[in-house]
Design a protein around this ligand. Structure first.
Ligand SMILES: Cc1ncc(COP(=O)(O)O)c(C=O)c1O
Length: 376
């Protein structure tokens, strides 16, 4: 058999199967650690999960479908599609449901990116964008983020005729910073009509600043905006893997053509629908984050560490460069106290740690441990 003309000769002639070019250069996504050596029952503050758990109604709904494990889910996800559309006032046909936002992001990359295309993101962008783009043999362009915040002009400078996707995380992970409605308007206005602006609003429910937007207001009337949301954060359903995107109808239609048909399971869908209706749990989660985010920012700042103002359910903390006092030293020190936080070397922030807001006892233990760590 002849090699297909598009396949590089070297791959055809290789003595073993070869992944397509670029795959082996991808750095795999590294999740937050969940164990600490020698410490029983450590507290995980490394994954930006909901420390309050999930809505009791979501848990009940999850358990109630236990006798349906033998059947496939509704491939259109009608119940969840309808619930999201009603809750946010969106057109159901413009929604794309996914196995977590992660899948939606990958589907967006697969739908738009060809080898030689590029994406534009911030230098500290969430890792999934780059992985999704590189898997499509696209180039990843990262704009500098002065003061750990996306700068619209620096992003626009990187856009050229091969740019297909521009990613904004609002609020951003791992920095916690956000961009205003005015800034996103300006970015969208300056982008060519052929470029899709993807606004990842995974943490949007934690940001109540009046200048903030999750992007849905922009997306409603634009031909080139996709907004993604997740059930993993404020709804506390990270284990079930449910996310969604809101896209212009032609884009939703295109993505749907490559979407795995049963990508949101029955238990996930049932729990997500119930979670969406539980306004009390959402309000409680938000109130908890707002209270303890302010407290942690003030207390950690009081220890002399720089805390970046956060609109999410975590804080970014900068450590000194002095030997013994660095972020790399602090991470195992905190782990030895049973507090697992997130080192950010793979995000290009080796001098920082990202700390998910915990329960009151966790937060107090964290500040106490940091004070001990910083002692001479
Ligand atoms: C910015 C951002 N987007 C997306 C996700 C992934 O969300 P999901 O759990 O829905 O895949 C995360 C998870 O941490 C995130 O931080």
């Amino acid at each position: 058999m002849n090699a297909p003309s598009s396949a590089p000769q070297s791959r055809f002639a290789a003595s073993a199967p070869q992944p397509k070019s670029g795959i082996l250069e991808i750095t795999p996504y590294k999740p937050g650690k969940s164990s600490a050596e020698g410490v029983a029952n450590p507290v995980k503050l490394s994954g930006n999960e909901n420390i309050l758990g999930c809505s009791p109604k979501a848990r009940e709904a999850f358990l109630a479908v236990a006798d349906q494990l033998n059947v496939y889910p509704d491939g259109r996800g009608t119940a969840l599609r309808t619930a999201v559309a009603q809750r946010y006032g969106l057109e159901p046909e413009r929604l794309v449901l996914g196995c977590g936002t992660d899948e939606v992001l990958h589907l967006i990359c697969q739908t738009f990116l060809e080898p030689g295309d590029n994406i534009v993101q911030g230098e500290f962008a969430f890792g999934a964008y780059g992985i999704g783009a590189r898997a499509c043999q696209a180039e990843v362009r990262s704009a500098r983020e002065p003061r750990y915040r996306l700068d619209i002009d620096l992003m626009l400078e990187l856009v050229d005729e091969r740019t297909r996707l521009v990613f904004v995380t609002n609020p951003a992970n791992p920095t916690g910073t956000f961009n205003t409605r005015g800034e996103l308007d300006r970015l969208l206005g300056a982008l060519p009509a052929s470029v899709v602006l993807v606004i990842d609003a995974a943490y949007a429910e934690f940001c109540t600043d009046p200048t903030f937007t999750d992007g849905l207001d922009l997306a409603r009337h634009a031909q080139n905006v996709i907004v993604t949301h997740t059930f993993s954060k404020i709804h506390g359903l990270a284990a079930l893997r449910v996310g969604w995107g809101y896209a212009p109808a032609p884009i939703a239609d295109a993505i749907d053509r490559i979407r795995p048909p049963f990508n949101v399971s029955i238990p996930a869908m049932a729990a997500a629908v119930a979670a969406l209706a539980d306004a009390e749990f959402q309000a409680r989660s938000l109130a908890h984050v707002e209270t303890w985010r302010a407290w942690l920012t003030q207390q950690i700042g009081g220890l002399g560490l720089e805390v970046t103002p956060s609109g999410a359910n975590f804080v970014l903390v900068e450590f000194p460069k002095a030997p013994g006092k660095t972020a790399t030293d602090a991470e195992p020190f905190l782990a030895s106290r049973g507090l697992i936080v997130r080192g950010l070397g793979n995000y290009g922030l080796p001098g920082h740690l990202r700390i998910t807001i915990g329960l009151e006892a966790h937060n107090r233990a964290l500040v106490g441990a940091l004070a001990d760590f910083l002692k001479d």
